[in-house]
Design a protein around this ligand. Structure first.
Ligand code: 5GP
Length: 126
């Protein structure tokens, strides 16, 4: 669902293809709201992506357009993935890029889940 000022959803983006089963992924978890899988280029010992099953191009789109039950279901799935992977004891980081300055590459809303070592500062200097 496009939000005013944001581009329309591109159903040829790589995560749309993963959701349709056209491209494989290393699946971690799936339910009615979310699919979680390992990032293809991990930046931490654990680097999992959690994506909503329906088409939202960014966090801005998801937060403005998704029904409340879907927002709740999605974020519960993120928490469940982290818990089921055993990440709560030593901790983890969630990150969502939105738009040009963030460096968002894939225009389907996703949350990165990083863990497995001390993760340093939130935003590196420079
Ligand atoms: P963004 O920069 O959009 O927040 O993050 C996109 C992420 O998707 C990157 O971390 C990148 O490594 C990951 N990625 C890109 N293409 C693929 C793919 O085909 N499969 C998987 N599993 N991850 C991908």
């Amino acid at each position: 669902m496009p939000v005013s000022g944001l581009p329309p959803y591109d159903d040829q983006n790589i995560f749309a293809k993963i959701l349709r089963g056209e491209i494989p992924c290393r699946k971690v978890y799936e339910d009615a709201f979310a699919l979680a899988f390992h990032d293809i280029a991990p930046q931490a010992p654990t680097h999992v992506l959690v994506i909503p099953k329906r088409p939202y191009c960014s966090f801005a789109d998801f937060s403005a357009s998704a029904p409340e039950a879907e927002i709740a279901g999605f974020f519960r799935a993120v928490g469940k993935v982290a818990k089921d992977l055993g990440l709560e004891t030593q901790g983890y980081r969630l990150l969502a890029n939105m738009g040009e300055h963030s460096g968002q590459e894939v225009p389907h809303f996703h949350v990165h889940l990083f863990a497995g070592r001390p993760l340093g500062r939130m935003i590196p200097n420079g």
